[in-house]
Design a protein around this ligand. Structure first.
Ligand code: ADP
Ligand code: ADP
Ligand code: MG
Length: 618
């Protein structure tokens, strides 16, 4: 059995692996980049080695430094997690050639499944149904166009080396084909260094169904049922669930057996996922589910499978890598209830999902669900790595129960000043069509208007903000004065500033209780800076959490209270903007220094102009 394990990864997956390793009594070694020294995964490992500067190519992708760290610390094995080097066959070979155990798929299987065209050819030979399309060597424009015409539109062009949702173009007509081909090739070269493409019939009403498989070195292969990952944005998974809604027992048996057959065809060992695309226009039918690709590693969404099977997949990986047989036989595995995972990202849905970076000054996760996260309050979301803050995983006896818990969990997320997609997740999980199980990969785009929270505060938020600024004691007039309930509720109008704008709010009885921290209100997964009218309130303007002080509206800078180099404290007024006779004070979102001044007093500014830049105290 492996007794020491180096984790060649970071963040939530590194922590996740460390957790299981510790439970199994295995010594853990973290490797980290120069900027990750303070991250929880580094602290939680028994030992840690700094392997290079922040850019992944100099640290988490540096095979040399990682293997050297393993040698130096006497690690027995390396777990690559997902992403980074996890599907790099040369790295897998180097690890084993160095006398270390690779807790991953055999290099040969990674290679067989690494390129999408080769993988599909292999699957065709093994009798696995694949999406109809063109996988040929002839990559000339003329040939590809001819093949696309023959397949019939819509067609999907895919980079053979593609991954992570990149290098894909849907083409709806022959006329569009040349331009789409050119742009797909450009993206493929830039991202993967390989411009070759394949063509696939674009499946309508597509659902992403994938099957978790596991093999051992004794020739056993089992599946751990399916997951539905149809809720995607730009071909990237956002919400995953297990089992798949609408999957009947015989369809499940067929697709899961196909997955086992696919894994056997490449002598698979360890954890892997067979991804299928389903034409769900008439529900899930076995003859309309095709092999898409195999991911030869642990998958981001593996926790939903763990939740419904009660198994620890990282433990299985370690057992298999140690040469042990799979802990359970197929007939010992069963599905218990329903599970959902929502990926909480540092991004702002209201600005087209722009990534949001910065310090997590306030971070609170909901209770009662599994939260896999790589960060804690005070950590930084940097632009160097994946912007995922956490995965929220909820389990329930039924799909409705799992969805209700997931939605509640997303709504309960509190993050500031980094922006997140929490409210977007909550809205998605609450959406009637999602609850009805009518999902496909176009769901998010189709319902975007319902799912993206409005840029203006909702009435619920205004009520909560107004309530929160009521004078204390006596705080909440509705609960302290019991006489109020006898007749029609009285009204009380007060002014409040929310998200940088002033509002008059007629307080109503029975509003939401406000969860607030230092001038920020958290409700329904949203986060709003608020305060009494015209007062400075903590927090920058929406969408800017990185110390950029931004004009929330077009207007004139009528006062600048600070200059370059000044020290400021959180909440300190920095500038006043006037527009349409309304004044707005902008305050410091955190303690720090004015590192740059970008405007002069009396300047006219447009909405979104950066007035000055603050640098926070480290
Ligand atoms: P899964 O297929 O397991 O659901 P994803 O496809 O979302 O997961 O991505 C798997 C891993 O690869 C994640 O860690 C993600 O951060 C990483 N990843 C995805 N795209 C890229 C990319 N373009 N560059 C680097 N890492 C990526
Ligand atoms: P990646 O390696 O980037 O994960 P995939 O081949 O797994 O690429 O495809 C990613 C996503 O693109 C799928 O989950 C699905 O939503 C969509 N997709 C892929 N192939 C098709 C297809 N033939 N028809 C419709 N949608 C597809
Ligand atoms: Mg995929």
């Amino acid at each position: 059995m492996i007794d020491s394990l180096l984790i060649a990864n970071r963040g939530e997956i590194a922590r996740r692996i460390i957790r299981t390793a510790k439970r199994l009594g295995i010594r853990t070694i973290a490797v980290h980049s120069e900027i990750d020294g303070d991250m929880p995964f580094v602290r939680e490992a028994d030992e840690a080695v700094c392997i290079g500067p922040a850019p992944a190519k100099d640290s988490y992708l540096s095979a040399d430094s990682i293997i050297e760290a393993a040698m130096r610390t006497g690690a027995k094995a390396i777990h690559p997690g997902y992403g980074f080097l996890s599907e790099n066959a040369e790295f897998a070979e180097r690890v084993t050639a160095s006398g270390l155990i690779w807790v991953g798929a055999p290099a040969a299987s990674i290679r067989a499944m690494g390129l999408k065209d080769a993988a599909k050819k292999r699957m065709i030979a093994a009798g696995v149904p694949v999406t109809p399309g063109y996988l040929g060597e002839d990559q000339s424009d003329e040939r590809l166009q001819r093949e696309a015409d023959a397949i019939g539109y819509p067609v999907l062009i895919k980079a053979v080396a593609g991954g992570g949702g990149k290098g894909m173009r849907r083409v709806d007509s022959a006329a569009e084909f040349p331009a789409s081909l050119a742009s797909c090739r450009r993206e493929a070269v830039a991202a993967f260094g390989d411009e070759r493409v394949l063509l696939e019939k674009y499946i309508l009403s597509p659902r992403h169904i994938e099957v978790q498989v596991f093999g051992d070195t004794h020739g056993n292969v089992v599946h751990l049922f399916e997951r539905d990952c149809s809720l995607q944005r730009r071909h990237q998974k956002v919400i995953e669930e297990a089992p798949a809604p609408g999957m009947d027992a015989s369809t499940r048996e067929a697709v899961c057996q196909t997955a086992v057959q696919a894994a056997r065809a490449v002598d698979y060992v360890g954890a892997g996922t067979i991804e299928f695309i389903a034409d769900a226009s008439e529900g899930l039918r076995a003859d309309r589910i095709w092999f898409m690709e195999m991911n030869t590693r642990l998958q981001v969404e593996h926790p939903v499978t763990e939740a419904i099977t009660g198994q620890d997949l990282v433990e299985w990986q370690i057992l298999v890598a140690s040469g042990e047989p799979l802990p359970l036989r197929q007939e010992q595995l069963s599905i218990n209830g329903w599970a959902m995972e929502a990926r909480l990202y540092a991004e702002n849905p209201s600005t087209g999902f722009l990534p949001s970076t910065g310090r997590l000054s306030h971070l609170k996760f909901p209770e009662g669900v599994r939260v896999d996260s790589g960060v804690e309050e005070g950590n930084e979301i940097s632009a160097y790595y994946d912007p995922m803050i956490a995965k929220l995983i909820a389990h329930g006896a039924t799909r409705q129960e799992a969805a209700r818990r997931s939605a509640g969990a997303a709504a309960g997320v509190e993050v500031w000043p980094v922006r997140t997609n929490a409210a977007f997740l909550a809205r998605t999980l609450d959406h009637p069509d999602f609850r009805a199980g009518t999902v496909d990969t176009g769901f998010i785009e189709r319902h975007a208007a319902d799912l993206i929270p409005p840029a203006e505060p909702s009435e619920r938020v205004l009520q909560a903000a107004a309530r929160a600024i009521l004078p204390k004691p006596g705080g909440d007039i509705w609960t302290t004065g019991n006489g109020f309930r006898m007749n029609a509720p009285p009204s009380r109008e007060i002014g409040v500033e929310v998200g940088g704008a002033a509002y008059r709010v007629e307080l109503r009885y029975g509003g939401e209780p406000a969860v607030t921290d230092a001038g920020v209100l958290f409700l329904d997964g949203e986060a709003w800076p608020f305060g009494p009218p015209r007062a400075g309130y903590a927090g920058g303007s929406a969408g800017h959490s990185d110390g950029a002080i931004v004009a929330p509206m077009p207007g004139r800078v009528i006062a600048l209270m600070v200059a370059k180099g000044d020290r400021v404290t959180r909440g300190q007024p920095l500038a006043v903007i006037e527009a349409m006779k309304m004044e707005q004070t902008l305050s410091a979102p955190f303690d720090g220094v004015v590192s740059e001044m970008k405007v002069l007093a009396e300047a006219q500014v447009v909405e979104g102009s950066v007035l000055m830049q603050l640098e926070g105290d480290q």
